[in-house]
Design a protein around this ligand. Structure first.
Ligand code: GRF
Length: 186
């Protein structure tokens, strides 16, 4: 079973998915909407094909997504895993991959959706935040929740230490949930 990871940034979750054991699917493609993003080097180093494109070069979201769709279909991708992909998925991809797109978000959704969830939780002064893996719908971090894990915010935390703790949880949770969901769908 082939899958694609969509990412815009550093790619630590991409790397965690690639390095996971007992994988239920093969990551056949990295789709990146940010030329120059760190995740591209990581994919090249790991021997994963990359498809990098700049949305600004397309007249509409639909045309941008049609180009992405051609690429994932060419690679026979069945599942799409968003990992720091900083863009809402539109109808073109949602209809083609209904129920087959997952996202990871660094908060206990529905709390702190959108950008900088870690900073939002830190500023809010909550004592517990966490990580959510969910199915993707047309909203921003709104699809059905598959799994959540709590992460405490400690009195001595800075945003940086909190982020590190959250990412450690992400790197274990996402590969595990991916395996589970893909295996369950067979
Ligand atoms: C992660 O914290 C993920 O939850 C969020 O974006 C971040 C991506 O980090 N959606 P990385 O690029 O995987 O290191």
């Amino acid at each position: 079973i082939k899958a694609a990871v969509f990412a815009s940034g550093t790619g630590s979750n991409f790397e965690a998915i690639m390095k996971a054991e007992n994988v239920a699917c093969e990551i056949a493609l990295l789709v990146c909407d940010k030329p120059g993003a760190k995740v591209i080097e990581k994919a090249e180093r790991l021997g994963v094909q990359t498809f990098v494109l700049n949305p600004k070069n397309y007249p509409s979201k639909a045309e941008y997504e049609s180009e992405v769709l051609r690429a994932v279909r060419k690679h026979e991708v069945e599942w799409i895993f968003l990992a720091g992909y900083m863009r809402l998925i539109g109808p073109t991809l949602l209809e083609a991959y209904e129920g087959k797109i997952l996202n990871i978000h660094p908060s206990l959704l529905p709390a702190f959706p959108g950008k900088d969830a870690i900073g939002q939780a830190f500023q809010a002064g909550v004592k517990v935040t966490g990580v959510t893996v969910h199915f993707v719908d047309e909203g921003m971090d709104t699809g059905p929740v598959i799994a959540q894990e709590q992460v405490p915010i400690l009195p001595e935390d800075t945003e940086e230490t909190l982020k590190n703790r959250i990412q450690q949880v992400e790197h274990v949770l996402y590969p595990r949930v991916i395996n589970q969901v893909v295996a369950d769908s067979r």
